[in-house]
Design a protein around this ligand. Structure first.
Ligand code: SF4
Ligand code: FES
Length: 250
């Protein structure tokens, strides 16, 4: 396959940035999208040009690092996959492909296609954990029954990989799908219920302080999420938040 690539180049956070044109030839349909970028980078390095910076790590849909906006879609075409799981057979010979970084003020561009997603880390630090008593007099977790339905819902929420596609695909750059997955994962399980009030209040406060917008109610986040995290989690977080707000006022 021969392809025309239009790729966002930005040398630093303060650079204005622009789209740059590249041609790439002999791309195998079996290559992953990131392997295609590797080939392009090798060509750029051999020609003495600066390679394109992009994020990646596991390359198997687990770490949430790969974060590209491809032809106007977070993680490109295909449902329930990350950029690293996208293959070139999803495109046709002669196609023009637009490749951009996530666009959200809370995720500023560091270089080319790499954005700063530490805002998510700060939201997690605000409450996305359980505090565990390790005194030795703790109850055996296996003695606490968890209804199957709750366990399944908690597990589904826990599959969120923190990639940020939900933010990138929302017209309000809302992080509510991400935050609600993290709140739900813990609120549904006995060990998460102890800190549920502070958790939801603190995580939502941090989410707002980071500059993420409110839910746009369009559902774009759910459509583009590579782990198909359900909007139900946002409804659950809103209920958790309401109950926590009322009980903290008492
Ligand atoms: S909710 Fe989905 S899109 Fe958002 S960070 Fe988690 S896995 Fe990525
Ligand atoms: S590189 Fe880890 S999810 Fe894509």
């Amino acid at each position: 396959m021969n392809l025309n690539l239009k790729i966002w180049r930005q040398s630093s956070p303060n650079d204005k940035g622009k789209m740059a044109d590249y041609k790439i030839t002999d791309v195998s349909p079996d290559m992953s999208f990131l392997e295609m970028l590797d080939v392009l980078n090798n060509q750029l390095i051999e020609a003495g040009d600066e390679p394109i910076a992009f994020d990646h790590d596991c390359r198997e849909g687990i770490c949430g690092m790969c974060s590209l906006y491809i032809n106007g879609e977070a993680h490109g075409p295909g449902k329930g996959i990350t950029t690293c799981q996208l293959h070139m057979r999803s495109f046709k010979d002669g196609d023009t492909i637009y490749i951009e970084p996530w666009r959200a003020s809370a995720f500023p561009v560091i270089k080319d296609l790499v954005v700063d997603r530490t805002a998510f880390d700060r939201v997690m630090s605000a409450g996305g954990f359980v505090s565990v008593n390790t005194s030795g007099r703790t109850q055996d977790a296996n003695n606490i029954p968890v209804p199957k339905e709750d366990a399944d819902k908690a597990f589904d929420a826990a599959t969120c990989i923190g990639c940020g596609a939900c933010v990138a695909s929302c017209k309000n750059s809302s992080a509510m799908l991400f935050v609600s997955a993290k709140v739900s994962q813990l609120a549904l399980l006995p060990q998460g219920k102890v800190e549920r009030t502070e958790r939801v209040l603190n995580m939502v406060k941090q989410m707002d302080e980071e500059g993420f917008g409110n839910c746009s109610n369009t559902g774009a986040c759910e459509v583009e999420c590579p782990k198909e995290i359900s909007l139900e989690n946002i409804a659950r977080m809103n209920r958790e938040y309401l109950v926590a707000s009322v009980s903290s006022e008492k």
